[in-house]
Design a protein around this ligand. Structure first.
Ligand SMILES: Nc1nc2c(ncn2[C@@H]2O[C@H](COP(=O)(O)OP(=O)(O)OP(=O)(O)O)[C@@H](O)[C@H]2O)c(=O)[nH]1
Ligand SMILES: [Mg+2]
Length: 333
């Protein structure tokens, strides 16, 4: 039986979608229930990840792309993830202001998310929010993430295509190329092409790409120059996205499966840690860490001991020694 909230999501009701996203953001059990209710109806939307350093013009670009998609009759869901400013909410307001062009358009749903906990939680929440927008019938779901680190790479993994936005003259580009963004980029965008250094940046990305090995049928990430404020280069970007979509159609199922495996593994380790925290007495985990820091116990023995205390079989050598000193709870049965 589907919940009334799930029904509202299916109907594309904006308030229902907003409510569903809030449940997911709160990491409440109700959020997990909702995902369960909608999951069978997902998998239809095309997920476009847009990532890059702060202020690169991602939102402006997403806004332009949205306008194009709307003209073509496509509905759009947008999630802007902002891990850099958990408290100020400044960028969130900024996104709202920048995207007001779509305000009142039923075919567009925009939501900004800030981090509450750590980024791992945010990556999980982002995938779930994408599921909600997918179930709500959005044709295209765009996920905007700030940054260039490993955590963003995890968020980007949520998407069917990753667009990496770079800007000339920030120095961030070098970091982006180092941080593994290179491997996940399906399309490179050099935005603010009106600025000096755009050509040089495009060339250095091309030089990086030239170091990679591509088989004849492999997708070779194009490097496009855009000027998001004027919209120059945006049609070419839309074109490239479409080309990639066609090119990767056959591999999409494999990619989705890899994503699902990643999700399941991530969720299992997250749940396991939650279980550890819920099972051990309050403060125990910190005491174990203190013990490791003081060299009283090594990390392997501590982990094995915790597993035994959780009743996990084959957790490690049960030689009667208790690394934590927690008593008989860890005894092998
Ligand atoms: N000169 C120039 N300015 C641009 C261009 N694209 C965006 N901008 C400006 O750059 C600033 C940042 O743009 P945003 O779209 O907010 O960038 P963002 O990457 O979404 O920023 P965060 O989400 O805060 O990381 C704004 O003032 C834009 O008007 C461009 O192509 N050329
Ligand atoms: Mg933005």
């Amino acid at each position: 039986m589907t919940s009334p909230l799930a029904e509202r999501v299916f109907a594309g009701d904006a308030r229902g979608i907003a409510r569903a996203i809030s449940l997911i953001e709160d990491e409440s059990p109700a959020g997990a229930d909702l995902v369960r209710d909608i999951y069978a109806r997902t998998g239809r939307a095309y997920l476009v990840g847009v990532t890059g350093p702060p202020g690169a013009g991602k939102s402006t670009l997403v806004d332009r792309m949205t306008a194009d998609l709307r003209k073509a009759g496509q509905t759009v869901g947008i999630v802007a993830v902002d891990p850099t400013s958990p408290f100020s909410g400044g960028a969130i307001l900024g996104d709202r202001v920048r995207m007001t062009a779509h305000f009142g358009d039923e075919g567009v749903f925009i939501r900004s998310m800030a981090t509450r906990g750590h980024l791992g939680g945010l990556a999980r929440a982002t995938s779930d929010v994408a599921l909600v927008l997918d179930a709500a019938g959005k044709d295209i779901v765009m996920i905007e993430t700030v940054g260039v680190g490993q955590d963003e790479v995890d968020i980007v993994r949520t998407a069917d295509i990753s667009v990496v936005v770079l800007v000339p003259g920030t120095g961030d580009e070098v970091q982006a190329l180092k941080a593994g963004i290179m491997e996940i980029a399906d399309i490179f965008v050099v935005n603010k092409a009106d600025r000096e250094g755009a050509d040089r940046l495009a060339q250095s990305v091309a030089a990086m790409l030239a170091l990679g090995t591509f088989k004849p049928d492999d997708w070779r990430p194009p490097i496009l120059k855009t000027e998001a404020t004027s919209g120059a280069g945006v049609p070419e970007l839309m074109d490239a996205i479409q080309k990639f979509r066609v090119h990767s159609e056959g591999a999409r199922a494999t990619r989705q499966r890899a994503r699902q495996e990643y999700r399941l593994r991530d969720l299992l380790s997250h749940r396991f840690l939650q279980l550890v925290e819920a099972t051990l007495p309050a403060g125990e985990l910190q005491r174990v860490i203190d013990g490791i820091a003081a060299r009283e116990v090594d990390p392997y023995s501590a982990a094995a001991d915790i597993m035994r205390r959780l009743g996990v079989r084959g957790a490690g050598p049960a030689d009667g020694r208790d690394a934590i000193g927690g008593g008989p709870a860890g005894a092998r049965t």
